[in-house]
Design a protein around this ligand. Sequence first.
Ligand SMILES: [Zn+2]
Length: 295
Amino acid sequence: MSDTRSEGRAQAPGFFRFGLGSFEVVPLHDGVLSRDRPAGFVRNASDAEVGEAFATAGMPRDKLTLTFTPLLVHTGRQAVLIDTGLGTAGPAGTGRLAANLAAAGVSPEAVGTVVISHFHSDHIMGLLKADGTSAFPNAEVLVPEKEWEFWMDEGRAASAPEALQAQFAGARKVFGDRGDAVRRYGWGEEVLPGITAVKASGHTPGMSALEIASGDEAMMFVADITNNPVIFARHPEWQAMFDMDPEDATATRRSILDRAASDRLRLHFFHAPFPATGFVAKNRAGYEFLPALWE
Ligand SMILES: [Zn+2]
């Protein structure tokens, strides 16, 4: 007999494939971050109430554990990556996208388009390699027009409160040199055949969800309309501290969750437990996140 326990905590590569019409969709794990949950994590609920909700959901009462899951869409014409994770500059346990993309059989050079939902660092920093060059050298980069206007405004960056300084700096680091090479898109625009931008503001001023449709099937990449949806679908009125405009974020969350529950629309949440895709159903007070079955 021998000790067969793993010494490290390595997991198998994280990717998951499913079909959507003639598209193939591949959630790609970028990693996980776990820390003590900051006091006042939810602005309009007490820390005790929030702890109770975490415990009810089978999660540690005082921790905040977040996973990061960008989405790859093979349309048949090209590979489209939606959001990029934390890249090489993030904390230990993150920045796994490149390895998982390789595990899924796709080279960085084969990515034809990167679509960004919003400018928070866990969504954009993966655009850069450690040496500052582009992680996806052949990709056209698409960003929400309203995110660009907000985060790239020099005056606003200079006068930003300290809590937002790092986000402004991150946006500048990623996009500062790209300028014209970045295509800006508006809400309601079909940014690529079968992929349409949907207004999802509140978490940030210009956040966009992406509706993906092929044949008679559809789904929506909903970015950060919730932090972990296991909690925030049940409590859609809870305002997480990361939502920049709490009222607008709540309205966005309710409207997308409501439509998804009525239409049985598949959703991909950036911060849901891997593979981060599933459905929502209405319950008494809010909604329930229903993970899709592993196929
Ligand atoms: Zn995020």
